[in-house]
Design a binder for this molecule. Structure first.
Ligand code: MN
Ligand code: MN
Length: 471
């Protein structure tokens, strides 16, 4: 018996030394740390409710950044370490920069999150009447499961640009006194044919029509009186006519506000966690960084959900152009700065969901409450279309996080060949910087109501802050 016990303790000692530790991350935090996470997330919920679109996120960011001492960047000015500037790219993407002691000489540190989220964009000719009901036609933006969007209260957000150069903000449906809008669905009684279809065929893009009115303008014999009534209301409120939809960015987003989830209030449900749940921590980390070694740049970018194309997406040159301006001010070439630069691509990953366990590989999934998740590679079909961070860079980030006691984990996006996805990491890697994804695990990703853990949101902030401020 004696020797058997000894054997056991030798094994357990060796296990302790050699095996990776796996335990519930929430157990590792003290009550004070958990309380800090909860408090941090109160601010996050305000951001989430106020920044449902990329334009709203940029507006929020500029107001908050100016309060935190950031001023618009002027490339003709010279800046000193600790100076804080921002660059607004067309109101849809924004970069915040804190000048480092060494400027760009040893590269810059980048934290990049996206502020666009899946939603239902209005088509250029959206308004129509059918059988005395008025609707908007939509073209969905980003990867959605279309069946999730009918019968969800929706709000209309966006802008209408007029030929005289003015831009009208549209924001209706979020306030409980506002009307909201809805995509209709068929009652189960009459859904025999619908319910027998596969999901992709049962809910098609052309069914995502939003109900916006039902009363005619007048009792006369005029056709399209319901459409006319809606157009009259829009004209009275915004001064727009039907043709103005041609120069608009209007979108339907879920009207609900973020809510705590669970009896323990440990999680937050809300629209657009992907990727505001990384944008907000990145923003707070930028605000809290005072005098970094290397210049730090926080980028809140657009168009990620549709492949990062476009002048406000990460395939655009806008970030590199800004870094080039900074480099030139330091007498450096952009390529020499980029080659030494490091980046955390702050984006979400799919949290393991026990109800759908077969979609995941348990050993390589990320879990709610286990902290910020590092995703070495995304992609699909044999690591296609991903940058796959190097072992050396992974080691560097591990050290930064472990030295600071940040709670973190790794995760792959689901099981091999189960699907896949991507982030902006590869576009940064293509600029010849080192990059890896780090962010928050999300349940129900891309649904109108997504779920995250408060601890994970806070630890993602800590990870970004430690990355920015590490020696
Ligand atoms: Mn994302
Ligand atoms: Mn996404």
């Amino acid at each position: 018996m004696e020797s058997e016990n000894k054997k056991k303790s030798v094994s357990s000692e060796l296990k302790k030394k050699l095996f990776a530790k796996k335990e519930n991350g929430a157990k590792k935090l003290s009550a004070e740390e958990t309380a800090k996470a909860d408090e941090f997330c109160e601010g996050y919920k305000v951001f989430l409710n106020g920044a449902k679109t990329e334009r709203e996120a940029v507006k929020y960011t500029i107001a908050a950044a100016e309060k935190a001492g950031f001023t618009p960047y002027d490339r003709t000015k010279s800046y000193k370490p600790g100076d804080r500037v921002y660059v607004n790219n067309r109101g849809r993407a924004i970069m915040l920069c804190v000048m480092g002691k060494n400027g760009t000489k040893n590269g810059v540190r980048l934290g990049i999150a996206h502020i666009d989220s899946p939603r239902l964009d209005l088509k250029p000719n959206p308004l129509y009447e059918s059988n005395d009901l008025a609707f908007f036609k939509t073209h969905y933006y980003g990867g959605i499961k279309k069946y999730q969007w009918p019968t969800v209260p929706l709000a209309l957000h966006g802008v209408v640009a007029l030929k005289d150069g003015s831009v009208i903000d549209v924001y209706i449906g979020d306030d409980e006194n506002d009307p909201c809008f809805v995509v209709t669905d068929l009652l189960p009684h009459l859904a025999v044919e619908q319910m027998s279809k596969v999901m992709t065929k049962a809910f098609t893009g052309e069914l995502l029509n939003v109900l916006i009115g039902s009363r005619p303008f007048n009792n006369d014999e005029e056709s399209e009186a319901v459409k006319l009534n809606v157009m009259k209301l829009l004209f009275d409120k915004y001064g727009i006519v039907e043709e103005d939809f041609l120069s608009a960015e209007l979108t339907m987003v879920p009207a609900d506000k973020a809510r705590d989830i669970g009896f323990d209030r440990s999680m937050i449900g809300g629209y657009g966690h992907d990727d505001k749940v990384c944008a907000y921590p990145a923003l707070m980390a930028a605000f809290d960084t005072e005098l970094p070694e290397q210049t730090i740049i926080t980028v809140l970018t657009d168009r990620e959900e549709i492949g990062s194309d476009g002048n406000t997406g990460m395939k655009s040159t806008y970030m590199a152009d800004f870094i080039e301006d900074l480099a030139q001010a330091d007498g450096m070439e952009l390529r020499h700065v980029m080659a030494q630069s490091t980046c955390l691509s702050a984006d979400v990953n799919a949290a393991f969901d026990p109800t759908y366990a077969s979609a995941y590989e348990a050993n390589n999934s990320c879990y709610i409450n286990n902290g910020a998740v590092i995703t070495k590679y995304t992609g699909s079909g044999g690591k296609y279309s991903t940058s796959d961070a190097s072992a050396e860079y992974m080691a560097k980030i591990r050290k930064v996080l472990d030295d600071a006691g940040v709670l973190w984990q790794t995760g792959e996006l689901g099981k091999v060949d189960g699907g896949g996805g991507g982030t902006i990491a590869k576009f940064v890697a293509n600029l010849n910087a080192d990059v890896v994804d780090l962010g928050v695990p999300v349940l129900c990703m891309h649904a109108p109501f997504e779920i995250v853990s408060k601890i994970d949101v806070y630890e993602t902030y800590r990870a970004l802050y430690e990355f920015y401020t590490a020696k």
